[in-house]
Design a binder for this molecule. Structure first.
Ligand code: ACO
Length: 324
């Protein structure tokens, strides 16, 4: 069995910073409420003309910058996004063209906040089977496009950005040692994007702008149990102990969720990489951007045991354990 690991990481975030104080001018909220309930201080907002694809391309270029595999060596590109620019073509195909990865197959996956880990798991299966040798996995979100800016319960939570990684064979004992993927479809109505039913539309009817609808408190509870259990599962599946884990990179939805996951999983919160204060919840991109920054800041080093864990609409839970 081939060992598949992450050999390069990349990120891109839009320039514009929107602080909690800026949002106080948009909805009835306060920096104090947002900070204490979520841990978020600011988020990035893409330019009007900046698309999910633009951000995906920048994250891909950033990953290729430090990659031993050049663009022409990439055989598979998967983009995880819940905020695609248009129903088709896939964002991955536009990235392929922009970076010149002319030898790749390319498609998108939709699994909301768990999209990056679903895409990594999918890519890994192609690489272990031998069908492809290398893969570029990207998570890119213009989540702010899906917001109802009059709904204070959701508009303060999300932000835009993208992250990427390159997967390739690595030496024995390294790479992705275990994975977990599970969906609990019975909870799909706890978090969804509301759009008008096409069947109800008359010709020439303007389709309403989609907007995120969320039952925050219910989600909070499921997020904690499913992510904590997923951490324990991947550690056990890899034949390791919780104390062997050096760094956990969790989905960045709420700092209080992360604290509760750490407590329930039995891993010190000091080992969790957290950047929610800077970016808010960037959906699938959150864990991808966090992975990049954990490497950049030296929390993940060669030999580190890393657990990535996510949770999101669907409800989809995903995790993996990587010997870096
Ligand atoms: N500013 C000020 N007050 C607010 C705001 C706001 N932005 N939003 C809500 N409130 C008010 C509510 O109206 C409510 O007021 P009331 O008591 O007068 O009715 C009060 O604050 C408390 O609201 P709750 O919803 O009970 O607040 P809670 O402590 O549960 O925090 C939150 C809300 C932050 C959304 C939390 O429930 C949460 O993080 N849930 C999980 C969300 C999540 O994980 N979502 C994403 C999954 S990822 C994906 O797939 C996209």
């Amino acid at each position: 069995m081939k060992n598949i690991g992450i050999v390069a990481v990349g990120k891109y975030v839009p320039e514009r910073i929107v602080t909690n104080h800026d949002l106080e001018k948009v909805v009835e909220t306060s920096d104090e409420w947002i900070t204490t309930r979520t841990g978020i201080k600011e988020r990035r907002l893409a330019r009007r003309d900046e698309t999910t694809t633009d951000m995906a391309i920048e994250a891909a270029k950033s990953a290729l910058d430090g990659s031993p595999v050049p663009a022409e060596g990439i055989e598979l590109i998967i983009v995880a996004t819940a905020s695609t620019d248009s129903n088709f073509p896939a964002v991955a195909c536009k990235v392929q063209s922009a970076i010149g990865a002319k030898n790749a197959a390319a498609f998108d996956v939709s699994a909301a906040c768990s999209g990056f880990l679903c895409a990594i798991t999918t890519a890994k299966q192609y690489l272990t089977s031998g069908m492809f040798k290398t893969a570029l996995v990207i998570a890119a979100e213009k989540a702010t496009n899906l917001l109802d800016w009059s709904d204070r319960a959701t508009c303060v939570l999300f932000g835009d950005g993208a992250g990427a990684c390159i997967l390739a064979p690595v030496e024995e004992g390294r790479g992705i040692l275990s994975e977990y993927l599970h969906s609990a479809g019975e909870f799909h109505e706890l978090l969804y994007v509301k759009t008008e039913e096409p069947a109800q539309l008359e010709f020439n009817t303007k389709i309403q702008k989609p907007a995120i609808v969320m039952q925050g408190q219910e989600l909070f509870k499921v997020a904690v149990t499913s992510m904590a259990d997923a951490v324990d599962l991947v550690v056990e599946k890899a034949g390791l102990k919780l104390e062997d884990v050096d760094c956990v990179v969790p989905h960045q939805a709420n700092d209080r969720i992360i604290s509760a996951v750490a407590k329930r999983a039995g891993v010190s919160k000091d080992k969790f990489f957290i950047n929610i204060q800077k970016y808010g919840n960037t959906s699938a991109a959150a864990v991808a951007i966090a992975l990049y920054e954990a490497v950049e800041e030296g929390m993940i080093k060669p030999g580190s045991v890393v657990v990535m864990v996510t949770f999101g609409s669907g409800l989809v839970t995903a995790a993996n354990l990587i010997k870096w």
